[in-house]
Write a protein that binds this ligand. Structure first.
Ligand SMILES: NC(=O)C1=CN([C@@H]2O[C@H](COP(=O)(O)OP(=O)(O)OC[C@H]3O[C@@H](n4cnc5c(N)ncnc54)[C@H](OP(=O)(O)O)[C@@H]3O)[C@@H](O)[C@H]2O)C=CC1
Ligand SMILES: CC(C)(CO)C(=O)C(=O)O
Length: 376
């Protein structure tokens, strides 16, 4: 994989996560960052009303500095010049991914490095099954699991609310052979342009990026998935801030996690068998799957990370329901339901949670349209 003199990274989804990545990539690497907007109208708003300037306020730093940068180039489907895309970061919401990619598919090929930086599960599987079906043009696919917290302020200014980290790994195209060696990972660190940029010391230290094998990243992804499968829907359904759940949520979290793990153990068998099959094997890292992904530990971790560390946070899904936006429930609890159907397993708890989130959103939208009956 050749490295460009001044590498170009396209970002599809210049929202909270996209903005955090864009600003720090511009601060700490020599990459040219090019946002891909949904339409020429949104592109012109960025270019004309905001002078192509993006800003991020680091809320967790002393004096909460506002870091802004002017982007040399930005595009939309109507203006895209048509060169092949070398590096693509996708930070749209999960359910927006396929539609957002559509206008750029002909510019994505085997030499495109594409990383998904999103919560949930199922987007990579959707892309393999429905979008990148031709082995001749399938991109180099990566996943990022991000725990930074961010939210929109106004215009193209975003708030970096919580300093987290970013775990990245190459995704296997062949789901039956997911396990990677440490050499597989270090080869990408040596040769893959996007991985090299995201692991450049200055950027990696500031953004807390670590590149790893797929199995190491997947442990982190399933951990975060279980946190989101509990906090996001429950705070949305009962309409509360994360910290309000700290004392009374162990039972519902246990029901959700127990069912999720029963399904995930079947869908991701190689991960749950990794410690047995690869114990002490040279060139394969230890991955503490079973001591992390068990109900007792995860109930404690969900409460710690979701309700204590992030106690003042309104979960991203609750924010979506309050602002009457679609939610990512189909890629979180709803994905467990999909996997359960695939493997003929029961997922009534997650199906109920999914239905209650949809009801919450529908009720909020109805109240907006028809008024709130509680006050009549
Ligand atoms: N926010 C957070 O703290 C965290 C978020 N995450 C995850 O990261 C992912 C992104 O979340 P977040 O950044 O909050 O989401 P946002 O809604 O802030 O950003 C999504 C962006 O995608 C853009 N977009 C949507 N459709 C298209 C399209 N067709 N073409 C181009 N752009 C498009 C939207 O622009 P438009 O205005 O045009 O709709 C928006 O700017 C999610 O999976 C989320 O769960 C993970 C950890 C924390
Ligand atoms: C960690 C948590 C649950 C913080 O609210 C989050 O990731 C989200 O809100 O999406």
């Amino acid at each position: 994989m050749t490295t460009s003199a001044k590498p170009v990274i396209h970002i599809l989804g210049l929202g909270a996560m996209g903005a955090l990545l864009a600003v720090d990539l511009l601060r700490f690497t020599n990459a040219t960052v090019v946002p891909l907007f949904r339409s020429q109208e949104r592109l012109h708003r960025f270019q004309n009303d905001f002078n192509s300037t993006l800003a991020v306020r680091k809320l967790f730093e002393k004096d909460q500095p506002l870091l802004s940068c002017k982007l040399e180039c930005s595009e939309s489907p109507e203006t895209f010049a048509g060169e092949m895309i070398k590096n693509l970061i996708i930070t749209t919401k999960t359910y927006q991914t396929a539609e957002a990619l559509q206008p750029y598919l002909r510019f994505i090929g085997r030499d495109t490095n594409l990383i998904l930086v999103q919560n949930g599960l199922g987007v990579a599987e959707m892309l393999k099954e429905k979008v990148f079906t031709d082995p001749e043009t399938q991109p180099q696919l990566f996943q990022g699991v991000i725990s930074h917290g961010g939210f929109h302020d106004q215009g193209f200014t975003f708030n970096h609310a919580g300093l987290g980290d970013l775990k990245i790994a190459r995704l296997p195209w062949d789901h039956s052979k997911p396990i990677q060696s440490e050499e597989d990972a270090s080869k990408d660190r040596r040769e893959n342009e996007l991985v090299k940029i995201l692991t450049e010391p200055a950027f990696a230290e500031n953004f807390q990026t670590t590149q790893m094998t797929y199995q190491e990243m997947l442990l982190g992804q399933l951990y975060k998935f279980l946190v989101n499968a509990c906090i996001n829907p429950v705070t949305s359904i009962v309409d509360c801030v994360n910290g309000e759940l700290a004392d009374d949520s162990a039972d519902i979290f246990s029901l959700i996690i127990d069912e999720c793990l029963r399904v995930l153990k079947v869908a991701y068998t190689p991960l749950f068998e990794y410690e047995t099959r690869y114990h002490g094997r040279e060139g394969y890292p230890p991955v503490p799957v079973l001591s992390v992904l068990n109900t007792e530990n995860m109930v404690k971790e969900v409460i710690r990370l979701g309700c204590v560390v992030n106690r003042h946070n309104s979960s991203s899904m609750r924010q979506d329901t309050l602002y009457l936006r679609d939610t990512e429930i189909d890629y979180i609890n709803g994905y467990i339901v999909k996997l359960a159907d695939k493997y003929q397993l029961n997922a009534k708890v997650n199906r109920t949670i999914q239905s209650l989130v949809d009801l919450r959103l529908a009720l909020n939208r109805k109240r907006k349209l028809e008024g709130d009956m509680r006050s009549k």
